[in-house]
Write a protein that binds this ligand. Structure first.
Ligand code: ASP
Length: 361
C-alpha cells in the first residue's frame, strides 16, 4: 500500500483517532479557565534541562539579559559530554560526524538566528546568536555555518567523545551483514555500548533528544533557544525542527514563547511552536495550547500510514514547552510519561507534562 492510498481500515482508524482527539478540552472552555499570572520572571525547559535551568536562573537573578541567560543555561548541556543528545558528545550522523542544529529567537525584536548541520562547535547556540546579532540573515547551514563560526573565532573541534565513537562504531558494525564492518567479539560488553543499549535499546521510538528553553521576564519579554544533535545516526545534512523558526521554537512579545523536542519531521510540517503561540493568541492556556498543537500533529499523522499505530495514533513522540506573556507555563507530549522543568524565584522543579495518549493503552 502506498503512503497516500486510504483504505477502509485507514478511514476507520481515522474515526478512532478523531474520537480520541475529541477528549481534549474545547477552546471555548479553555478560554474561561482561571489562571493566575506569574509576577516575576519564569522559564520553562525540557526534562534534561535541570542544570541548565539552575544556571539560567542564577543569571536572571543577577539581572542578565534573558536571551544571554537562556543561552548560558543550554550551554551547560551542550558542553556536557554525558548528554548524548545535544552539543559536544551528541550521537553523530550515520558517517560518524556530529552535526548540530540550534536557534535563538528574541520576542522583543522578532529577530532570530539559526545554524543547521554545523560541525566542530560545542556550543551551536552561541553561533546561532551571532547569526542573529552579526548578520542580516536568519539561518546558516553546513559549510557556510562552519565558515561563519570560524570567522568568529570558533575552533574546529572533534565533537565525538570516546563514548559516542564506540557507540557509533558498534551501530555501524551491526547495521547489516552485507558490508565490510565486523563487530568485535566482546564489543557489546563495553560499558559505554552497554549503557547505550540499556538506555535506548528498548526505545519504541527512534532515539533522539534536544534541549529547549523559553524565558519570560518580569517585564513580559519573551525569548527562546533550542539546541540539539538531532536524530541519532541521521542522514548527513538532515536538519530537524530544532533550528527552524516556527517549528522548533517561536517567541513573540505580547503572546508567548514555545519550543519542542521529539520527532522533528512531524513538527516541521505542522509548524508546531508557531501553532502553540497562535493557540495562546486565541485564548488557550499554555498547556492547552501545547495539547492543541499536538492534536494537530496527531491528526495529520493519520495521512502517513507508517507513522501511526493500529489505533491511528502517532508511532513517535513530540513534546511542546510553553510560557505565555503573563508568565504561565505548560508542557505536553503526545505520549504519557514525559516531564518538563520550570524555574522561577522559588526554585527549579520538574513537572509532569500533559499528554494526548497513555502509553500502553
Ligand atoms: N527534534 C529533534 C530533531 O528532530 C530531536 C529531538 O528533540 O528529539 O532533530
Amino acid at each position: 500500500m502506498s503512503d497516500r492510498s486510504l483504505s477502509r481500515r485507514d478511514l476507520l482508524e481515522a474515526a478512532a483517532l478523531a474520537g480520541a482527539a475529541s477528549l481534549l478540552p474545547a477552546p471555548a472552555e479553555a478560554k474561561d479557565a482561571p489562571a493566575p499570572a506569574a509576577p516575576g520572571w519564569v522559564l520553562v525547559t525540557s526534562a534534561n534541562g535541570v542544570e541548565a535551568a539552575k544556571t539560567a536562573r542564577q543569571a536572571l537573578i543577577q539581572g542578565k539579559d534573558p536571551l544571554d541567560a537562556a543561552i548560558a543555561g543550554v550551554n551547560v548541556v551542550e558542553l556536557d559530554p554525558d548528554d548524548v543528545t545535544v552539543g559536544y558528545g551528541g550521537i553523530p550522523n550515520e558517517e560518524g560526524v556530529v552535526e548540530l542544529d540550534a536557534a535563538v529567537m528574541d520576542g522583543r525584536t522578532m529577530r532570530a538566528g539559526a545554524v543547521g548541520a554545523l560541525t566542530g562547535v560545542k556550543t551551536p547556540s552561541k553561533v546561532a546568536r551571532l547569526v542573529m546579532d552579526r548578520t542580516d540573515r536568519v539561518f546558516l547551514v553546513g559549510a557556510g555555518a562552519r565558515k561563519f563560526a570560524t570567522a568568529h573565532g570558533f575552533a574546529d573541534e572533534d565533537l565525538l567523545t570516546p563514548k559516542t565513537r564506540k557507540i557509533w562504531l558498534y551501530w555501524r558494525e551491526k547495521l547489516t551483514d552485507l558490508d565490510d564492518w565486523i563487530e568485535a567479539a566482546d564489543e557489546a560488553k563495553d560499558p559505554d555500548v552497554k549503557w547505550f543499549l540499556q538506555k535506548y535499546g528498548a526505545e519504541i521510538f527512534r532515539p533522539q533528544g534536544t534541549i529547549h528553553m523559553s524565558v519570560r521576564t518580569a517585564s513580559s519579554d519573551l525569548v527562546s533557544v533550542t539546541t540539539t544533535s538531532g536524530l541519532f545516526f541521521k542522514i548527513p545534512g538532515r536538519v530537524g525542527d530544532s533550528p527552524v523558526v516556527g517549528a522548533g521554537l517561536y517567541a513573540e512579545n505580547g503572546v508567548g514563547a514555545a519550543g519542542s523536542t521529539g520527532r522533528g519531521e512531524a513538527n516541521l510540517v505542522t509548524c508546531g511552536s508557531h501553532s502553540v503561540v497562535e493557540f495562546l493568541r486565541q485564548g488557550l492556556s499554555p498547556e492547552e495550547a501545547c495539547l492543541a498543537a499536538l492534536k494537530r500533529i496527531s491528526e495529520k499523522t493519520h495521512l502517513v500510514p507508517r507513522h501511526r499505530d493500529a489505533k491511528g495514533r502517532p508511532r513517535f513522540n513530540v513534546n511542546f514547552y510553553c510560557v505565555d506573556a503573563r508568565g504561565r507555563t505548560g508542557g505536553a507530549a503526545i505520549w504519557s510519561g514525559n516531564k518538563h522543568v520550570v524555574a522561577d524565584l522559588d526554585g527549579v522543579r520538574t513537572v509532569d507534562s500533559a499528554y494526548l495518549y497513555k502509553r500502553g493503552s
